[in-house]
Design a protein around this ligand. Structure first.
Ligand SMILES: Cc1cc2nc3c(=O)[nH]c(=O)nc-3n(C[C@H](O)[C@H](O)[C@H](O)COP(=O)(O)OP(=O)(O)OC[C@H]3O[C@@H](n4cnc5c(N)ncnc54)[C@H](O)[C@@H]3O)c2cc1C
Length: 451
């Protein structure tokens, strides 16, 4: 059934950017009978990564990652399906065999999203670059990691210069329950403040082996447009290591101000882990932003004492990315706290990944409608992956904010049952999430899954 929306006098929602987030947001709003104007600058203005003029073009891999319920990204997909997601529906329709992952025929996927949006009577597409945020009306900014410069400049005025970033230099995050606490100690350098860091000490032999593995590990090649000088302040750990054997010991692995309680001495080198969330279920490897291939990150960083069995919830990346400091600006509905008529969605809102981008678009689209109608906003339960990611985006530490992907460490912890296996535990998290989502859907919403 084609979507219809009353275009007569009803206020219109403006969506800037017809990527994964913008397409999903526009769809969600239109399916609630709110007229949408969707701006997409391609093909008139191109980005460095997109190659077509289709909406929701996948700029790199054709994989939307796992489709299993014991994987965070699989759970996120299932939640989105249950909420009538356009991106999930188009992906399911154009999937290609890829084992337990959901991979799509790239061209068919983007063509399908474009077809559905173009056929949706409630959405008007304008192929124009937006260079200023509309002065009134409800707006969702979903212009992605490659937001055009005039718009980025216009956003400064709203976010403030210090809250808009252009590069990601992201360190890996590991699951707290997989860190061997016998191998590390909690302390802050020079005992300043609380013992906020977990310190993994390396003796000389361990450091030598780690260093050797790091400098010989395989890196992911940058896209042509990303080849550039790195900022000195956030050099990838592998680039820094290539400068010489002691560069890390004077940089992110410096041991000064730390005493290993087991030896009473300063270690030879230290890798520091900092809690990523209040529940301390996730720890960030401080200063370990890296462009190593993901498999290599696992192999090399697991050589750090305490991390031998670490589960990586997020891998390090270094790439071009426009994103805001979400915890400083947004609430859990991707809505600007200071300017409630404005929402951000997709990579620019501080989420990372195709599905995460679409998921944030889904929440922003629903809540933009609620805002326009003066109705109760919908904050998703933290037990759901959608809600947990949104909660993180709004509440992470703004001093160290880095984009985040879906992972089980974001969910409120469940008590571990004796003998419970990893797979069972993750499925338990997923069951709880889907039950929480069901309550929202049945209790508050008649979620439309029109086509
Ligand atoms: C090079 C690169 C590779 C990536 N590879 C992967 C990957 O393999 N897997 C993964 O999960 N994630 C990947 N990502 C991260 C992210 O998931 C994708 O970028 C994803 O497309 C983000 O969705 P989005 O909707 O936020 O942005 P996009 O999908 O980029 O959509 C934003 C849209 O806004 C338009 N736009 C920009 N400025 C304006 C303006 N001023 N006016 C009007 N329109 C505008 C753009 O043309 C674009 O169509 C990659 C990112 C980059 C940059």
């Amino acid at each position: 059934m084609p979507l219809t929306a009353n275009h007569s006098k009803a206020p219109t929602l403006t969506v800037i950017g017809g990527g994964l987030a913008g397409s999903e947001a526009a769809w969600q709003a239109a399916s609630r009978r709110v007229p949408v104007t969707l701006y997409e600058m391609r093909p008139a203005v191109r980005t460095e990564a997109h190659e077509t003029d289709l909406l929701a073009e996948l700029v790199c891999s054709n994989s939307l990652r796992s489709d299993r319920l014991d994987r965070a990204n699989g759970l996120l997909k299932e939640e989105m399906r249950r909420l009538g997601s356009l991106i999930m529906s188009a992906a399911d329709e154009t999937r290609v065999p890829a084992g337990s992952a959901l991979a799509v025929d790239r061209a068919a996927f983007a063509a399908e999203v474009t077809r559905r949006i173009e056929n949706c009577h409630g959405i008007r597409i304008i192929r124009e670059e937006v260079t200023a945020v509309p002065p009134e009306g409800t707006v969702i900014v979903a212009s992605g990691p490659l937001t055009s410069s005039p718009l980025a400049k216009a956003l400064y005025a709203i976010t403030g210069e210090h809250y808009l970033f252009f590069y990601d230099a992201v360190s890996p995050i590991v699951a707290a329950e997989t860190i061997d606490m016998n191998e590390c100690f909690a302390a802050s350098r020079y005992h300043k403040g609380d013992a906020d860091y977990l310190n993994c000490p390396l003796d000389e032999g361990q450091y030598d082996d780690f260093y050797e593995a790091l400098v010989t590990a395989e890196r992911a090649g940058p896209h042509e447009f990303e080849k550039r000088e790195f900022f000195e302040g956030c050099l990838p750990v592998d680039v820094l290591a290539a400068r010489g054997k002691d560069a890390l010991r004077f940089g992110p692995m410096k041991p000064v101000g730390l005493t290993d309680p087991r030896t009473g001495e300063m270690p030879n080198a230290v890798a520091q882990l900092r809690a990523e969330n209040v529940a301390r279920t996730m720890y960030n490897l401080v200063g370990f932003q890296t462009s190593l291939r993901w498999g290599e990150q696992k192999r090399v960083f697991r050589m750090i004492p305490g991390l031998r069995d670490a589960e990586f919830l997020r891998f390090g990346v270094v790439h071009r990315n426009t994103y805001i400091n979400a915890p400083a600006l947004l609430n859990e509905r991707y809505q600007c706290r200071a300017v409630p008529r404005m929402f951000f969605a997709g990579q620019i809102s501080g989420v990372e990944g195709y599905v995460e981008s679409a998921g944030s678009g889904l929440i922003a689209g629903i809540n933009a409608v609620q805002h326009m109608r003066g109705e109760q906003p919908l904050t998703f339960p933290q037990e759901t992956m959608l809600g947990a990611l949104a909660h993180y985006i709004a509440n992470a530490d703004r001093r160290h904010f880095q984009p985040m992907n879906a992972n089980f460490g974001l969910l409120p912890p469940m008590k571990k049952r004796r003998g419970q296996r990893k797979l069972e535990r993750k499925l338990a998290y997923s069951s709880r999430a889907l039950a929480a989502l069901e309550a929202v859907v049945s209790g508050q919403w008649s979620v439309v899954s029109d086509r």
